[in-house]
Design a protein around this ligand. Structure first.
Ligand SMILES: Cc1cc2nc3c(=O)[nH]c(=O)nc-3n(C[C@H](O)[C@H](O)[C@H](O)COP(=O)(O)OP(=O)(O)OC[C@H]3O[C@@H](n4cnc5c(N)ncnc54)[C@H](O)[C@@H]3O)c2cc1C
Length: 340
């Protein structure tokens, strides 16, 4: 069968993992969704795949991640002396052009006990580049920490200079979640979801700029052999046979949708047959085309998404996604009130 019909779906992946091995695996799953090459995933494929993305500058996929560091002064070190460069104020001042990509919280009054810094891998890679140019001491410190915790993705720090008298530890996703539940301002974890929806709805989802996205590509995916997959239109949901992935029965409406879909797919295949590339042949594919998209973000971003999209003003299909996201957070003990 050339055309399939499937239901929408929401798959929560939970908080982004805090260890490198799991982080690489998750990024690989997200990245391979774009090319539909999930069949190439093996036990050892993640590292080379993610390093390939990094070397090609395809860094947006590395946003489906989170590194949270707790930085504290070493006991006994002089806070007015060597400690100063890494005080909470120093961090705010030094990262000033990069603050929008991070969450930074003071520990103790005025940050006297250090701070917690969060960012996804892309943000940290680019922040390190920024620090290298303007804050060599801070760069050395952070580069050393990131290389310690994520040795495959972050290069070793330069040897020169005295180490700064601070200790950094990696905060686990469970610890991040515990802090967020205690205080919603401590917006530390990054939550990752996979949506299966139609192309029209992914276009609405990607308008939420504070979230991160990796989406199935109609440029690189050739549907000729796999068949074209559409989301079931609501008006014929009653005729959907989920197991067969088809609209069944003699109802004229179901027949109409089957005919339309087959005709469109015939045109797509004809265009490929006359030598067009998938990126051009896709012009005829409908808005209803099934698309998989990974979406990641912190609780504040998701809360905004739910408040705007779980609404009677929103399209019913994005509303479905927003309701599933709302349910997930409710189950996590993070309810989103109707009025925000
Ligand atoms: C019912 C409904 C109907 C819609 N209809 C249309 C339509 O007809 N046409 C259309 O084009 N779009 C439409 N949209 C999309 C809408 O305009 C937004 O693009 C989308 O909802 C994302 O919202 P946002 O910008 O608040 O969220 P995000 O992009 O996730 O931003 C979250 C928050 O970050 C801040 N922020 C992010 N970027 C900036 C920035 N550059 N400057 C200042 N603050 C920023 C703001 O505080 C914002 O609230 C519709 C949305 C809804 C819910």
């Amino acid at each position: 069968m050339a055309v399939h019909f499937v239901k929408m779906g929401v798959l929560p992946y939970g908080p982004a993992p805090s260890d490198e091995v799991s982080a690489l695996k998750l990024i690989e799953i997200c990245g391979r969704t774009a090319y539909k090459s999930e069949d190439k995933i093996t036990d050892t494929s993640a590292k080379s795949f993610v390093l390939m993305l990094k070397s090609h500058g395809h860094l947006s996929v590395l946003e489906h991640s989170n590194i949270v560091l707790k930085v504290e002064p070493v006991p006994g070190a002089d806070p007015a002396g060597e400690n100063r460069p890494l005080s909470y104020e120093w961090v705010l001042e030094s990262l000033k052009d990069r603050l929008g990509f991070h969450r930074i919280f003071p520990l103790g009054p005025g940050g006297a006990s250090g701070c917690i810094l969060a960012g996804n891998i892309r943000a940290w890679l680019e922040t390190l580049r920024y620090l290298r140019a303007c804050e060599p001491a801070g760069f050395r410190f952070f580069a050393a920490q990131f290389h310690r915790f994520f040795p495959n993705l972050f290069e070793p720090a330069p040897e020169s200079g005295d180490p700064l008298p601070h200790a950094a530890s990696l905060m686990t996703e469970q610890d991040q979640l515990g802090l967020l539940k205690r205080d919603p301002a401590l917006d530390l974890p990054v939550f990752v979801f996979r949506f299966v929806c139609d192309r029209g709805i992914t276009h609405e989802v990607v308008r939420h700029r504070v979230l991160s996205f990796t989406q199935e590509s109609t440029r690189y995916v050739n549907y000729k052999n796999k068949g074209m997959v559409l989301i079931v239109p609501e008006e014929v949901a009653g005729f959907h046979d989920e197991k067969a992935g088809a609209l069944t029965g003699d109802d004229p409406l179901a027949q109409m949708w089957r005919d339309r879909a087959e005709r469109l797919f015939d045109w797509y295949r004809e265009d490929l047959a006359r030598g067009l590339r998938p990126e051009t042949a896709r012009d005829i594919l409908p808005n209803l085309l099934k698309s998989e998209i990974f979406v990641s973000g912190r609780f504040s971003g998701w809360k905004h998404f739910v408040l705007l999209r779980d609404s009677s003003h929103a399209h019913p299909r994005i509303r479905f996604l927003a309701r599933e996201v709302r349910k997930y957070f409710e189950q996590m003990g993070l309810p989103i009130a109707e009025n925000g």
